[in-house]
Design a protein around this ligand. Structure first.
Ligand SMILES: Cc1cc2nc3c(=O)[nH]c(=O)nc-3n(C[C@H](O)[C@H](O)[C@H](O)COP(=O)(O)OP(=O)(O)OC[C@H]3O[C@@H](n4cnc5c(N)ncnc54)[C@H](O)[C@@H]3O)c2cc1C
Length: 389
């Protein structure tokens, strides 16, 4: 049988377990954590104990090795209830654990992965800088090898999971030299918490994902041992692109899950709310809105699972990851917009959780490559002439 849309028993069990956890443990806290803009150490550790960190890491290093489709399902189920907790897990896996698992040497993996997979620690991926966002290659942070020590100078901004009590290390992309022809040599270096010259400051005042942790990082002649280089010197740009491809799957999963949660709220509200003597869902214009939401979520989920299937089967998946990230995040945008509309004035009030979903969605079109950048990636991969940039 070549084409089969059935999920495996394990994938269904993952969905049920994460849904139960999200509804029992996260849902009662989500509004308050958002309101107070508080990262929860306790919830993060519980998610680690549930095996939600290290989703694609082999058991040998303490991972749960559930595969990419199950990973997407897990993120989807968290996002159905709370975008912030989903963000902690998505970034923890794809941006923190992923680069160490795929590019680290045996010693680095043995040292970091068990504690990252259990939730004892989180790792963060420091790519974005104040002057280098979409144009990630224009980073200015530098690392110079002096004797057996990397000396790092520069800063990073908007780094998820980088400034909380669980942060164990940050992976920093830095210029480590200039190649023949003048091109920058970029490498990734593991900077552990407490390294001399390294400091992190929590960024407050976010519109969305308010219970996730975002940090600004400062490297002032920060010193780490030579052995902290991740993979080969000069591989940093390639590592960053590969990491973002994987990360895009998890952002797409947040889009599907967030859209699903918003849709369920809208459906329930529209079936209950009576105006003109009948449920508002019975007006055709609203019934069609709900039908369109269900249709788009179905399409988004199919695209996401296909991209994850390609990743799981070690096929090329960059184009599909960009398509899924772009489509799923924009579908969630349309769904939350209509879901708030169906709630009328109540949809604008904090007491109604749909307002939080409306805010949380926006990051999905910006983080890990904006929607414009995804369209550039797709345009290039379908043979558009020139660089399309
Ligand atoms: C909450 C949060 C968490 C984040 N987590 C991380 C993290 O863990 N690690 C990390 O490294 N980064 C992280 N980021 C950073 C995020 O990836 C960047 O914000 C994003 O890549 C965009 O960069 P920028 O904000 O500098 O915007 P810019 O690159 O300045 O873009 C501004 C606008 O210009 C458009 N634009 C730019 N270039 C082009 C072009 N060539 N063609 C057309 N349009 C273009 C963009 O699409 C956008 O609309 C996070 C950001 C946030 C807000």
């Amino acid at each position: 049988m070549a084409l089969n849309f059935d999920l495996t028993e394990e994938q269904n069990l993952t969905r049920q377990a994460v849904r139960d956890f999200a509804e029992k443990e996260i849902a009662p806290l989500a509004q308050e954590l958002d309101e107070k803009e508080t990262f929860s150490v306790e919830l993060t550790q519980k998610m680690g104990q549930l095996g939600l960190l290290g989703c694609f890491v082999s058991e040998k290093y303490g991972g749960s090795n559930m595969g990419y489709i199950s990973y997407a399902i897990a993120v989807e189920e968290l996002a159905r209830v709370d975008g912030s907790q989903a963000a902690t897990i998505a970034a923890g896996n794809s941006l923190g654990i992923g680069p160490i698992y795929y590019f680290g040497n045996e010693e680095q993996k043995r040292f970091w992965l068990p504690k990252l997979c259990s939730g004892e620690n989180l790792a963060a991926f420091g790519l974005t800088e104040p002057e280098a966002g979409s144009d990630a290659a224009s980073s200015r942070t530098r690392a110079e090898l002096r004797g057996n020590t990397w000396v790092i100078s520069g800063s990073k901004i908007f780094i998820t999971n980088s400034a909380n009590p669980l942060t164990g290390c940050v992976l920093v992309q830095a210029i480590t030299g200039i190649r023949e022809g003048g091109k920058k040599e970029l490498s990734c270096i593991i900077v552990p918490q407490g390294a001399p010259g390294f400091s992190a400051k929590e960024m407050k005042g976010k519109m969305m994902w308010r219970a996730s942790n975002t940090g600004e990082l400062f490297f002032d002649e920060c010193r780490v041992p030579m052995e902290n280089l991740l993979g080969a010197r000069g591989d940093g740009f390639h590592q960053m692109l590969a990491t973002l491809d994987g990360g895009r799957l998890s952002i797409a999963a947040m889009g599907v899950g967030g859209a699903q949660g918003a849709f369920e709220m809208a459906l329930q509200y529209a079936n209950r709310r009576i105006q003109f003597g009948r449920p508002i869902s019975s007006f055709q214009v609203n019934a069609f809105k709900l039908a369109d939401m269900a249709l788009e979520i179905e399409l988004a989920r199919n695209l996401l699972y296909k991209a994850c299937w390609l990743r799981e089967n070690e096929r090329p998946f960059s184009k599909e990851a960009a398509m899924a990230k772009l489509y799923c995040s924009e579908v969630m945008g349309r769904v939350v917009d209509q879901a708030v509309q169906l709630h009328g004035g109540y949809g604008l009030m904090k007491d109604y959780q749909i307002e939080r979903f409306y805010r949380d969605q926006k990051l999905l079109e910006i983080g890990e490559g904006t929607s414009e950048i995804q369209r550039i990636v797709i345009a290039r991969s379908i043979g558009v002439a020139g660089r399309a940039i």
